[in-house]
Design a protein around this ligand. Sequence first.
Ligand code: NAD
Length: 364
Amino acid sequence: MSLTFEHVTLGQRVLFGTGSAAANLAAEVERLGSRRAMVITGEFEAAIAKNITGGIDVALHYDDVAPHVPIEKAAKARAAAAEHGIDLLICVGGGSTTGLAKAIALTSRLPIIAVPTTYAGSEATNVWGLTEDSRKTTGVDDIVLPATIIYDAALTLSLPVELSVASGLNALAHCVDSMWAPRADPINQALAAEGIRALAAGLPLVKDNPNDLPGREQALYGAYLSAVAFASAGSGMHHKICHVLGGAYNMPHAQTHATVLPYVLAFNAPAAPEAAKRMSAAFGTSGRGATDSGPADAVAGLNALRAALDAPKALKEHGLAEENIPAAVQLILPAIPRSNPREVTADNLEQLLRAAYSGATPGF
Ligand code: NAD
């Protein structure tokens, strides 16, 4: 079969180095010619930012960050940036903090330097999100893509193990969904496979010892790859499910992704044997089972990783009420991309959600 595809690579500078964030940040601020930077952090991220911003002039420290970027918080932050004559946005934190910087950039066109402290990956995408009256709107605009990402695994040491696991599995979900999302192509599939390998190698080390820097580095590197793959491939079935659950039932982002992922993998893998083979190779489980089958090995790989990580197991433990499942099915069904390798019906989707709700062992 001929190899034909269209792929867009987003332009970003990525500086990766443990213990180098302060120096890399000072150099980037200088390179971008900024004189009036706004440093954006959430409550738990302010101390991290303080340690790395000593070498730069900061015109405004801003910490009014909330999950999913409420529109009122965006308006307030935009006004603060304008009032202080800001020429550069520096966000230090997780996806919520990066999201607020993107909201400011969307209207001001200011450049962003992103310094991530979780594995959410928003720093490597051109996707923005805003929430109004409990409804989240997302959009795509290259103006919100951070000009530079500064990765420093030491900044993630304070991320509690449980959140590290959930956030890392959220990154893994970007990789898995990139295998069959609407714009899946050989380049983002290659990035996704390497992302799975790095996350599967790093996260167990983080789980066993949260201070393990090589493990944190692998997880952060995998998180970056996962986000690049996701930005290119778009949202697949898994993200459509989690978007509805998060928005309609106010469920926690990372934990919802971590819980739903194995059920989507088990659902799609038999209909996507080539992708499954790549995933099982990345998990290191190809040919390990008696079956020697990509789909079974990929599911076994993810299940084994989740067991090692003591990953979140059941949606009922994260705020989903069982009686909401039929309504959730109706909301999710129209959003499932046509690229999905297996046909999704109200019946099989409801079965998937019921299994994820109760925490039944994912398989087929
Ligand atoms: P988050 O940013 O809300 O962070 C979770 C919690 O961890 C917060 O309380 C935060 O202060 C704390 N925290 C962050 N780093 C820490 C550290 N190193 N040590 C201790 N505490 C720390 O959650 P998240 O999972 O990083 O991001 C989720 C959000 O990002 C969602 O709104 C999601 O929609 C968005 N997101 C957007 C994209 C995109 O492409 N636009 C991609 C992924 C996620």
